[in-house]
Design a protein around this ligand. Structure first.
Ligand code: GDP
Ligand code: IMO
Ligand code: MG
Length: 403
C-alpha cells in the first residue's frame, strides 16, 4: 500500500492542481476528500485551461478518480464539470461516495443570508453554500446522495432543512435535483470499501485536499476559514479510511503568499508593488474571479504548516513570477508581545515582522537555487518540486520523492 496526501500550506490557491496533475500519472487512484466547488484547481494543458472544482485534479493521469465522503457536492455543478471534462478524457473511471452530502439551493441562500448578517465582519465566502452544507451535516439535517434513492425520503429531508432555514421550496425544485442526480447516480458507490480493497491489493493512491492549511476550520484563522478539514488530519475522516494508510505528506507552497476573502495576513503587500505582483502572477480567484490579496513568503506560516501536516516534502510553485520582482523579501520571524516567535499562531497578534532580502533571479538561476536552499534549510523539509510556469510541464525536479 502506497499513498501520498497532498495539502496546501497557506490560504489556498498554492498551485495544488498543477502539482496533482503532474504526480497523478504515478498513481492508480486520485481522491479528493474535502470542500466543494469553492475549490478551483487549475491545470494548463497546451492552449487549454482546465479548472477542476469537484473532480480530482489528477483526472487526466490517474486510472480512477474518487470523490469521497468528506466532499460536499453541488449536483448541477458536478454534471457540468463531468460534461466539460469528457472533452479531455472519455475513458475515465469516476467514483463518488454515496454518503457525501449535497449542496442545494437552500444552502446557497443560507450562505448569502449569513454573510449579510455578519455585515462588515463578513468572511468573504465563495457564496457556494459550502459552510451551510457542513452546518447541516453536523446539525444532522443534511441531505446525502443516498437519500435520493427514495424521493419521499428526500422530500422529507428537504422539508426539515427548509424549516430550519425558514426558506420555502417547491416540487419543481425536487424535480431539478432528481434530474441532476439521475445523471451521476451510476458513479455512486461505497468509496471507503473500494479504497480499502484497492490499497490492501497494493494499489497506489494520492489524496488531495482542497483549500489551504490556514483556512482549516480547526487550525486556521477562525472564523475566517472554510468549513472543512483542509489539513492532513482531514484525510481519515474525509475518506473513512484508517489512519494506518497515510504515511507520506506533501505540502504545496506558493513562493509568495496569497489570500482570497477576509482574515489576518501578516505579510500582506499593498499599493503599486502589490498590484504588480498580482498582475505578474495573474492572482485572481479560480472560482469567483476576485482579486487575490498578495504578500511576501511567510516562513512562520510554513513552519506551522510543516508541523501540522507532518510534511515530508514541499512543492514550491510560481518561483518564475516572484523572480521577476526587483526585490524579493521573506518573513523569517515575527515579534509578538515583546518576544520573537518563529511560528505563526492564529491567536497571537503580530507586532513586527523580520524580513530577509534576496536577489531577483530572472537572469541568474543560481540565485533561485540559493532561495530554494534557504527555504528548505529553514523548514527542514526538502523542496522536491519547483513550479516555473503555469503550463503543466513547467516543473523542475529538485530531489527525489519516495512513497
Ligand atoms: P490551487 O487551488 O492550489 O490548485 O491553485 P489555483 O489553480 O487556484 O491557482 C494557482 C494559479 O497559479 C493557477 O492559475 C495556475 O495555473 C498557476 N500556477 C501554478 N503553478 C504555477 C507556476 O509554477 N508558475 C506560474 N506562473 N503559474 C503557476
Ligand atoms: P482552493 O482549493 C482560496 C476561502 C474563501 C473565503 C473562505 C470561506 O482552490 O485552494 P467558503 O466559500 O469556503 O465558505 O469561503 O475560504 N476559500 C478559498 N480560498 N482557495 C480555495 O480553494 C478556497 N476555498 C475557500 O475565499 O475566504
Ligand atoms: Mg484554487
Amino acid at each position: 500500500m502506497e499513498t501520498l496526501t497532498l495539502v496546501g500550506c497557506q490560504f489556498g490557491d498554492e498551485g495544488k492542481g498543477k502539482i496533482i496533475d503532474y504526480l497523478s500519472k504515478d498513481f492508480d487512484i486520485n481522491v479528493r476528500f474535502n470542500g466543494g466547488e469553492n475549490a478551483g484547481h487549475t491545470v494548463v494543458v497546451g492552449d487549454k485551461t482546465i479548472k477542476y472544482h469537484l473532480v480530482p485534479a489528477g483526472f487526466l493521469g490517474a486510472r480512477t478518480v474518487v470523490i469521497s465522503n468528506g466532499v460536499v457536492v453541488n449536483l448541477k455543478k458536478l454534471v457540468e464539470e463531468i460534461e466539460f471534462l469528457k472533452k479531455f478524457r472519455n475513458n475515465f473511471d469516476l467514483k463518488i461516495s454515496e454518503i457525501a452530502h449535497v449542496v442545494t439551493g437552500l444552502h446557497f441562500q443560507r450562505d448569502s443570508y449569513l454573510e449579510k448578517l455578519r455585515g462588515t465582519s463578513h468572511i468573504g465566502t465563495t457564496l457556494k453554500g459550502i459552510g451551510p452544507a457542513y452546518e447541516s451535516k453536523f446539525g444532522r439535517y443534511g441531505i446525502r446522495l443516498v437519500d435520493f434513492r427514495d424521493r419521499d425520503k428526500l422530500e422529507e429531508n428537504l422539508a426539515l432543512l427548509s424549516k430550519v432555514y425558514q426558506i420555502p421550496f417547491d416540487g419543481t425544485y425536487v424535480d431539478d435535483l432528481m434530474k441532476d442526480y439521475s445523471k451521476i447516480n451510476r458513479y455512486l458507490t461505497d468509496t471507503r470499501s473500494y479504497l480499502e480493497n484497492e490499497l490492501e491489493d497494493g494499489k497506489k493512491a494520492m489524496f488531495e485536499t482542497a483549500q489551504g492549511t490556514f483556512i482549516d476550520v480547526e487550525s486556521g484563522t477562525y472564523p475566517f476559514v472554510t468549513s472543512s478539514y483542509t489539513t492532513t488530519a482531514g484525510v481519515t475522516v474525509g475518506t473513512g479510511l484508517s489512519p494506518k494508510y497515510f504515511k507520506k505528506f506533501l505540502g504545496v507552497a506558493k513562493a509568495y503568499t496569497t489570500r482570497v476573502g477576509e482574515g489576518v495576513f501578516p505579510t500582506e503587500m499593498f499599493g503599486p508593488e502589490a498590484d504588480e505582483l498580482r498582475k505578474l502572477g495573474n492572482e485572481f480567484g479560480s472560482t469567483t474571479g476576485r482579486p487575490r490579496r498578495v504578500g511576501y513568503l511567510d516562513l512562520p506560516i510554513l513552519r506551522r504548516a510543516a508541523k501540522l501536516n507532518s510534511l515530508d516534502y514541499i512543492a514550491l510553485t510560481k518561483v518564475d513570477v516572484l523572480g521577476k520582482l526587483n526585490s524579493v523579501r521573506v518573513a523569517v520571524s515575527y515579534e509578538s508581545n515583546g518576544s520573537e516567535i518563529d511560528e505563526f499562531d492564529p491567536t497571537r497578534t503580530v507586532d513586527k515582522i523580520n524580513y530577509e532580502s534576496f536577489k531577483p533571479w530572472a537572469e541568474d538561476s543560481s540565485k533561485l537555487q540559493y532561495y530554494v536552499d534557504f527555504i528548505q534549510d529553514e523548514l527542514r523539509v526538502p523542496i522536491v518540486l519547483i513550479g516555473v510556469g503555469e503550463k503543466r510541464e513547467a516543473i523542475e525536479l529538485n530531489g527525489k520523492i519516495a512513497f
